[in-house]
Design a protein around this ligand. Sequence first.
Ligand code: SF4
Ligand code: SF4
Length: 95
Amino acid sequence: MPQLKEWNELPVAGALAPAQADHPLTGGWRTAGRPVTHLSACVNCLLCWLYCPDSAIVLDGTTFAGIDYDYCKGCALCVEVCPANALSMEPAEDA
Ligand code: SF4
Ligand code: SF4
């Protein structure tokens, strides 16, 4: 059996800084509608921002400002966690 290397003898893996990575438009994968915002109902809790797996929630400073459909995959997590019914899922062609 070959001699295994110690952890500190292994080569360092490559890593990309965020600005170096490609930014695939994950919104192109959206299949089951998309969330629509109702800003007058929003209480700015930012739970949607916290839970969105694609960082598609747009903020203006620390204020909820909408959704970036280039990256929204339509998973509806934001709608599920919104405590104020300020988001609803709509058919993609109507939103
Ligand atoms: S539907 Fe999913 S991907 Fe789109 S904004 Fe809401 S949580 Fe993010
Ligand atoms: S979860 Fe709902 S109430 Fe909270 S910031 Fe998002 S849209 Fe506004």
